[in-house]
Design a binder for this molecule. Structure first.
Ligand code: ANZ
Ligand code: ZN
Length: 867
């Protein structure tokens, strides 16, 4: 027969699905709703193999649940604001919007060529006013509900790009794009008060049982709840107004081990000291030149400045500790002041060694008396240790936790301090001094203060006529845009020129998909039907920021009446990455896979450059990345092998949560499988057409065993897809195909029941591959003479009797006489057998409404009923 030609068939079916609106989902459909979503892409220009893997998985889930009779929502959109568009605009002298919309068009065409079952009528792009006006409206609601605040805060400032950077964008103290050393600046910024929701966001994690445990752990650590002791140092020799210094420690058990106290460089006391003391001022400035992230502070060399002030111990005011200003103390954690206990905290120890401060061992290991050297002794809190310097009995052996609890109780009882719960989670600063983002809908009036834009004046649209000839915020440079009349007094006022962090855009887009054209942010009744998202699929790199912000924003939307639920994503799956071998030319530069040819000889492989003929060395397998050039272009793969082959390979080769290595051999294997299925269908098509639906009994044992293989495959593929074990589903399909090909080879001489079983098997096979290779499946489905689409067919039913692996037939005796038999799974428990027997027609008839006196069942042997 003819080879299957994906290049011809794939566009054909894509058009049919489009014309039929096959994947458009209705909000009024009475069937059970099912919402599957992959993390929406940033429109960078082209899709990459990571996208292909992500969307292939989501598409299998979507198509499977449609086949299961559900009303499936599977939308797509674009995370379209952000800095790269501005940078492209600068480089290419175009508008960020032009660049972004071109990219969206190109990537949409690529996604369409993958044959994804997406409802494109719901497409959204976060850069369009149709979307962001609702974000502005919700921002105003959040202001009214007290969820938003504007405050001075320390930010990472990139002096070259003239923008605030998120902590993640500061790498080794330098701006990720400009490479310029980042400065710390105090700016007035807009914040969402996410820290007020810390406890709720933490406890909510317990309910997310369909999330990977590692993501929940990462969020727990990020929220960083701790319990500890809050107390005040007394101060001697401090400036006026600084009599005490509040401190927070998580380790009350170490309160007999401190040898110094320290404050952050931007602590109010440090600032007060800097006034009139240039040395202090210079030191504080030095501290501020590092990034603000905890990592930046932890890795930097410890620096301190002895203020000469003495801090007195709360339990013993005669005990004086030197007070330093130190670069490793953060102003926005705890109180910005610490009690330094070098023996049991590495940072404190590094500091003590550097400034020659004493080290007091509070506790020691049970089996050693050695003093602490260059490594602080900080065992897990459950570990038992020997306390030698603390507020309890000297030499006591107990766990750190027990010692902490006892000391805390003692301090509370004496009024030396009190128990306090603390979170590491900071408020979410959403201000960005950039053009290409959602304008913050606020107006500043010198008379009336800071006011929300009246809702009737929304959207606050980005001006189109902007220039990027100077660094900084093009909105701020615009000659007219920011000048408006005050909505309250009518006087001259100024628009907010900060735009929102793009993480705000992605914090609610999944909600917008439920009613993408509504003139309110949501239609609550509809949102509540679809949400939470049943299955969300994306990269683990979003484990904290995006997934935590979305959990927060959903709660904020609930508080402002836009949705009724707390958690956005019921099921979360984080997929692994796509990797590829790397190749290097003799001169050391990376070479793309498309530029080489590989020959195999015996055990070895040799790579040669296609043009230069140079020998290329084959290197390690790495995540596909432009920098190492080890990428393959999805477009080329689709053009060469077809979308189905690419999809199949992405699903087949390794567990979806692990990395998958893209290889030519692998994709060719997938392509061969495609042809194999097509050949099988071609060879059996006439038989299938004749005998479809005639399958009845299992009189022939070959027929029975084939049917068992088929039904088991249907069952297992279904449960593997439900469990997102795509590679196992694929393996099941391979096995089924092998069995069918074997059986097809023998079919000429086979009895009718065997032909019927084969026909059934071929038809089922096509339905099983439909979620993964939808184009091939439609082609085969049509060839079998079906009038409808396989995309619309229901998932085939499974005969449970055919799933039983090993069966036994037990005679049924009634009052000692054999009256029938029952076939059950080997080893079936007596209670289950009893229930089955009592439901059998013959037995019901014989019992004639009377309850049996007694039933004795010998498992796997016999059933005795006494009436
Ligand atoms: C004394 C002590 C002894 C501490 C010891 C630790 C170990 P976690 O547990 O991560 O929440 N700390 C408090 N505020 C700080 C700030 N603003 N900047 C830097 N460090 C600060 O961290 C709490 C511990 O971190 C606190 O407990 C404090 O050091 C330090 F054996 O106090 B500890
Ligand atoms: Zn005013």
């Amino acid at each position: 027969g003819e080879r299957y030609n994906p290049r011809e068939m794939e566009p054909k079916w894509q058009k049919v699905w489009d014309d039929n609106q096959s994947f458009v989902s209705s909000n009024d459909d009475p069937r059970e709703p099912y919402y599957v979503l992959e993390m929406f892409p940033y429109p960078s220009g082209r899709i990459h193999m990571g996208h292909v893997r992500n969307y292939s998985m989501g598409d299998v889930v979507a198509r499977y649940h449609r086949a299961k009779g559900k009303n499936v929502l599977h939308p797509m959109g674009w995370d379209a604001f952000g800095l790269p568009a501005e940078n492209a605009a600068i480089e290419r002298h175009t508008h960020p919007g032009t660049w972004t919309r071109q990219n969206i068009a190109a990537m949409k065409a690529q996604l369409k060529s993958m044959g994804l079952a997406i409802d494109w009528t719901r497409e959204i792009a976060t850069c369009e006013p149709e979307y962001y006006q609702h974000q502005q409206s919700m921002f105003i609601d959040m202001m009214a509900s007290g969820l938003v605040t504007r405050k001075q805060s320390k930010v990472n400032w990139d002096p070259v790009d003239m923008t605030v950077l998120a902590n993640e964008q500061v790498i080794d103290g330098k701006g990720w794009r400009s490479g310029a050393p980042v400065e710390q600046r105090e700016l007035t910024q807009w914040f969402f008060k996410i820290s007020e929701m810390a406890e709720e966001l933490l406890s909510g994690l317990d309910g997310l049982t369909e999330w990977p445990e590692k993501v929940r752990v990462m969020q727990r650590n990020w929220i960083g709840k701790s319990q500890g002791l809050a107390f005040d140092f007394g101060l001697k020799g401090a400036p006026q107004g600084f009599d005490t210094l509040p401190v927070y420690t998580t380790r009350p058990d170490t309160m007999r081990g401190p040898t110094f106290a320290a404050i952050a460089a931007d602590h109010p006391l440090a600032k007060a000291l800097a006034e009139g003391n240039p040395e202090v001022a210079a030191f504080n400035k030095l501290c501020q030149q590092a990034g603000t992230s905890a990592e930046a502070l932890e890795t930097a060399e410890k620096l301190g400045f002895d203020t000469g002030i003495k801090a007195t111990h709360p339990a013993d005011p005669s005990w004086e500790l030197p007070l330093y200003i130190a670069n490793f103390v953060l102003m926005d954690y705890g109180t910005g002041a610490i009690i330094g206990c070098p023996a049991h905290d590495q940072r404190d120890l590094d500091f003590a060694r550097k400034y020659d401060l004493p080290v007091i061992d509070v506790f020691k290991p049970l089996d050693s008396n050695e003093p602490v050297g260059d490594e602080a002794f900080s065992p897990p809190k459950t570990q038992a240790v020997r306390y030698v310097q603390w507020f309890g009995e000297t030499g006591a052996e107990l766990s750190v936790q027990e010692a902490m609890d006892q000391t805390l109780a003692l301090f509370q009882a004496n009024g030396w301090g009190k128990a306090q719960t603390q979170y590491r989670l900071r408020d979410w600063g959403v201000s960005r001094q950039r053009y290409w983002g959602c304008p913050i809908p606020v107006i500043h009036c010198e008379v009336c203060g800071t006011l929300p834009v009246p809702k009737k004046d929304l959207p606050v649209v980005l001006p189109e006529d902007v220039t990027f000839d100077k660094p900084g915020n093009a909105l701020d440079h615009h000659p007219k845009w920011k000048h408006v009349d005050c909505p309250q007094c009518g006087g001259a006022a100024r628009r907010e020129t900060d735009t929102m962090d793009t993480f705000v855009d992605s914090s609610w887009y999944y909600t917008r998909f439920t009613a993408p054209h509504a003139d309110t942010p949501t239609i609550p009744a509809i949102a509540n039907r679809w949400l939470p998202v049943d299955q969300y699929i994306g990269g683990v790199e979003h484990a904290i920021l995006h997934l935590l912000y979305s959990r927060y924003f959903t709660r904020a939307m609930k508080a402002t009446g836009h949705v009724a639920h707390d958690e956005p994503f019921k099921g979360l799956f984080t997929q692994g990455m796509v990797t590829h071998e790397t190749y290097k030319a003799p001169a050391g530069e990376w070479v793309a896979p498309a530029d080489i040819v590989i020959e195999t000889f015996g055990e070895g492989r040799r790579a040669t450059h296609l043009r230069s003929g140079e020998t290329i060395s084959i290197g390690s397998i790495e995540k596909m990345s432009k920098s190492k050039k080890n990428v393959v272009d999805p477009d080329e793969i689709v053009a060469t092998y077809g979308a189905d082959t690419a999809r199949w390979f992405m699903l087949s080769d390794s567990p979806p949560e692990r990395d998958v290595q893209w290889t030519e051999a692998g994709v060719e294997g997938a392509s061969r499988f495609q042809q194999r299925v097509w050949r099988l269908v071609g060879e059996t098509i006439d038989l299938v057409k004749q005998s479809l639906g005639t399958v009845t009994g299992s009189d022939d044992s070959e027929a029975l065993s084939l049917r068992k293989i088929v039904h088991r495959a249907v069952h297992n593929v279904g449960s593997d897809i439900e469990g997102l074990r795509f590679n196992r589903a694929v393996a099941q399909i391979y096995e089924l195909t092998n069995a069918l090909v074997r059986s097809a080879g023998l079919v000429a001489a086979a009895p009718a029941s065997r032909i019927a079983a084969l026909a059934e098997g071929v038809e089922r096979l096509i339905q099983l591959i439909a979620p993964m290779m939808p184009h091939l499946a439609e082609t085969c489905w049509e060839a079998l003479g079906n009038s409808g689409l396989v995309a619309d067919a229901l998932w085939p039913p499974v005969d449970p009797a055919l799933l039983l692996d090993d069966e036994v037939t037990m005679p049924i005796q009634i009052n000692g006489k054999r009256r029938g038999e029952i076939t059950v799974a080997k080893g079936m428990a007596a209670a289950e057998v009893e229930a089955l027997v009592l439901s059998m027609d013959e037995i019901v008839r014989i019992l004639d409404g009377k309850a049996p006196k007694k039933i004795v069942i010998v498992p796997d042997r016999i059933v005795n009923v006494v009436v």
